[in-house]
Design a protein around this ligand. Structure first.
Ligand code: ADP
Length: 232
């Protein structure tokens, strides 16, 4: 054992204390940085799935629970049509046929919304991105604001169930595109042009499939357990 004279013990203890304080302050700094990064990090979710998979219904519940901003390109476009804007007039015919509005138009709409909501806790993207080109543009846009997509939550629902849900919705809402022929067209457009968006996020390890059959609250609980893991 090392025997040190009194003044040296004092210096040695002081040196130990100094080291310990340094280590402690490093821990505190790391903790603070982590907390700050988490506080600044937006929760940006893509709610994904075919027409009729329940994106609109579940979005309402998600935005209420997590205080996010809901960006539905379908709702924005229907607003433009209702207001008879130039953009609405361009989109109306395409939407009634069940086809996709041009990437350029919808990317421009999303860009405006992101710019106008910089202080948001996060966004829920519903009906967007609908093509891989839109997904790439969204990544670029978010990157320019120092943010990114947290995850894509995909609602999986059987095709027969989708058609039934949309026919019932059409009777109640009178939506021009909720007719059998257009519904079939929308589902086939989804399979060809939109489904690859899931692979795009899968490659980034951000793909979270959720069973979309069952009761609304039951499905919501499944979504919440995914989001809570992402939000830790
Ligand atoms: P759905 O209930 O079929 O998911 P939405 O309400 O999201 O429908 O959209 C309705 C229509 O609006 C689509 O069929 C398409 O014509 C147009 N639309 C909505 N979002 C987009 C998008 N991101 N890109 C291209 N077209 C879109």
């Amino acid at each position: 054992m090392l025997i040190l004279p009194d003044p040296l013990i004092l210096i040695f203890n002081f040196w130990k204390l100094l080291n310990c304080t340094q280590e402690l302050s490093l821990y505190i700094c790391a903790f603070n940085n982590h907390t700050i990064i988490n506080l600044l990090k937006m929760l940006n979710l893509v709610l994904f799935g075919p027409p009729g998979s329940g994106k609109g219904t579940q979005s309402e519940k998600i935005i209420e629970k997590y205080e996010l901003i809901h960006l539905s390109t379908g709702d924005i476009l229907r607003g433009e049509i209702a207001n008879k804007t130039d953009l609405g007039l361009q989109a109306q015919e395409i939407m009634a046929k069940g086809e996709l509005v041009s990437d350029e138009i919808v990317i421009g709409m999303i860009k405006n919304k992101l710019e106008a909501n910089q202080a948001a806790k996060g966004f829920i993207f519903d009906g967007f991105p609908r093509t891989v080109a839109q997904a790439e543009a969204l990544d670029e846009l978010l990157k320019s604001f120092n943010h990114d997509i947290t995850g894509l939550v995909s609602l999986n629902v059987d095709k027969e169930e989708l058609i039934q849900r949309l026919l019932i919705r059409g009777q109640a809402s009178g939506r021009a595109d909720d007719k059998l022929e257009t519904i079939k067209k929308r589902i086939s457009v989804y399979e060809k042009q939109t489904a690859p968006v899931a692979n795009y996020y899968e490659k980034q390890e951000k793909y979270y499939p959720v069973e979309g059959m069952g009761g609304i609250d039951e499905i919501f609980d499944r979504i919440v357990s995914v989001i809570n893991k992402l939000n830790q």
